[in-house]
Design a binder for this molecule. Sequence first.
Ligand SMILES: *[C@@H]1O[C@H](CO)[C@@H](O)[C@H](O)[C@H]1NC(C)=O
Ligand SMILES: *[C@@H]1O[C@H](CO)[C@@H](O)[C@H](O)[C@H]1NC(C)=O
Ligand SMILES: *[C@@H]1O[C@H](CO)[C@@H](O)[C@H](O)[C@H]1NC(C)=O
Ligand SMILES: *[C@@H]1O[C@H](CO)[C@@H](O)[C@H](O)[C@H]1NC(C)=O
Ligand SMILES: *[C@@H]1O[C@H](CO)[C@@H](O)[C@H](O)[C@H]1NC(C)=O
Ligand SMILES: *[C@@H]1O[C@H](CO)[C@@H](O)[C@H](O)[C@H]1NC(C)=O
Ligand SMILES: *[C@@H]1O[C@H](CO)[C@@H](O)[C@H](O)[C@H]1NC(C)=O
Length: 440
Amino acid sequence: MGLCFRSMLLLFFLFSCATFTSIEAYDALDPNGNITINWDIITWTGNGYTAVVTISNFQKYRHIQAPGWTLGWTWAKSEVILTMAGGQTTEQGDCSRFQGSNIPHCCKKDPTVVDLLPGTPYNQQIANCCRGGVIDSFAQDPPAHSASSFQLTVGEAGTTNTTVDLPKNFTLKAPGPGYTCGPAEIAMPTKFISQDGRRATQAMMTWKVKCTYSQFLAQKIPSCCVSMSAFYSHEIVPCPKCACGCMNNLTQPGSCVDPNSPYIETVVSARKKANNLDPLVQCTSFMCPIRVHWHVKQNYKEYWRVKVTISNFNYRMNYTNWNLVVQHPNFDNLTQVFSFNYKSLSPYPTINDTAMLYGVKFYNDFLNQAGPLGNVQSELLFRKESSFSFEKGWGFPRRVYFNGDNCVMPPPDKYPSLPNSGLRENIPVLMILISLLFSL
Ligand SMILES: *[C@@H]1O[C@H](CO)[C@@H](O)[C@H](O)[C@H]1NC(C)=O
Ligand SMILES: *[C@@H]1O[C@H](CO)[C@@H](O)[C@H](O)[C@H]1NC(C)=O
Ligand SMILES: *[C@@H]1O[C@H](CO)[C@@H](O)[C@H](O)[C@H]1NC(C)=O
Ligand SMILES: *[C@@H]1O[C@H](CO)[C@@H](O)[C@H](O)[C@H]1NC(C)=O
Ligand SMILES: *[C@@H]1O[C@H](CO)[C@@H](O)[C@H](O)[C@H]1NC(C)=O
Ligand SMILES: *[C@@H]1O[C@H](CO)[C@@H](O)[C@H](O)[C@H]1NC(C)=O
Ligand SMILES: *[C@@H]1O[C@H](CO)[C@@H](O)[C@H](O)[C@H]1NC(C)=O
């Protein structure tokens, strides 16, 4: 019975491994998630136009964190950016063909735009700008925070909706790779509703670019793993060894930080100076920047309780506005969440098994860098379903994402097992039986 179940689990595991690569290209828990870039021409200027460009994040839980987005494109002809507000290009490029005082903001064929920082003078701001390129996810925060805008005046461009050329080859970095953008497509002109809601104006012309995320493109190695424990088992199931890389002192000495080193402060601050975005992790067998621990804590008559702990092992990252997405069939009957916010995500209308958990503002929405403060925790109380049982690892999640990235789970045959239900527990009994037989 136990054996049979385990081989089924193994089969399931092999199957999920086999399908993993094909699933990765899109996100099963947010199948329509996308970032849409709206390019709204507000006025024609005689030798070009003024446009407001808005990057809207329609992903439920994947946000763009510091140091923020970078947007690039290639002009179709010899367009130049005369002025900008609410954003800037990283390089001006060669504007030597212009003279006098009206030197363009950017003459590059393939400009790269970044957001301005908070505290930018008012005369350089526009609505929804200047948050250092940080864009919140769609489900976590008010919609205004899930978009970012800048304004640009383009010269040497078409001056009507039939002569203007759409820019090509959009690239979105957030801040690293991961997004793929489609071509710009002409869309219905955007309508802007006045603040009192009594009048709508509309863009002269609008085009849209859709960008989608793939974890596979974003990074070859995972950044998060799951460990497990349960009140009914004395074992703690750690994150899989080498889940995010292996500790290798020979080929890469100092690839991680020893938390017991007496010089830890010095080591960390020296390594941080190398202004690098790569994680600088604590030395562990799994080497992940983030670990999510799921502990099945208590069993009541009608309820059961789980404790979730998120630990940060990265010395180079404070996570603001972090979120966790968990898939478990009992989220249908979640009764209470302590000290995290909860939102039900229903990727498919009939299934309500996926939840987004995120921090409470000013309390635990900030996950501090590795160290004594680098963790947040919460407890979840579920009402048992009729078919409830702790058997077969049922109490553990099917899928866990941290900030939208898939966390590596222990293999199903390693899940904490109920006493007397698993092969491992049966072995001693078998051994005793066999030795009894032989001693007869
Ligand atoms: C982007 O996602 C939103 C929200 O899911 C959806 O309404 C919209 O149609 C999507 N856009 C495109 C171009 O697919
Ligand atoms: C261009 O503008 C004309 C009216 O000025 C309108 O009829 C036409 O649909 C517009 N075309 C596009 C592609 O927006
Ligand atoms: C598009 O952009 C990428 C990266 O910036 C570049 O490698 C590629 O050559 C560009 N393609 C075109 C057609 O401009
Ligand atoms: C690598 O270094 C860590 C900490 O310094 C140590 O615990 C570990 O045993 C070392 N691993 C190997 C393979 O030498
Ligand atoms: C994280 O925040 C703490 C406290 O605000 C700060 O001391 C530390 O330098 C920050 N670390 C990083 C990597 O930004
Ligand atoms: C999913 O279940 C939760 C908890 O019972 C409930 O609050 C939420 O409204 C449900 N969502 C949907 C879409 O049914
Ligand atoms: C659990 O949730 C489902 C779907 O919302 C509902 O049909 C069922 O009655 C609930 N079970 C309990 C024990 O509350």
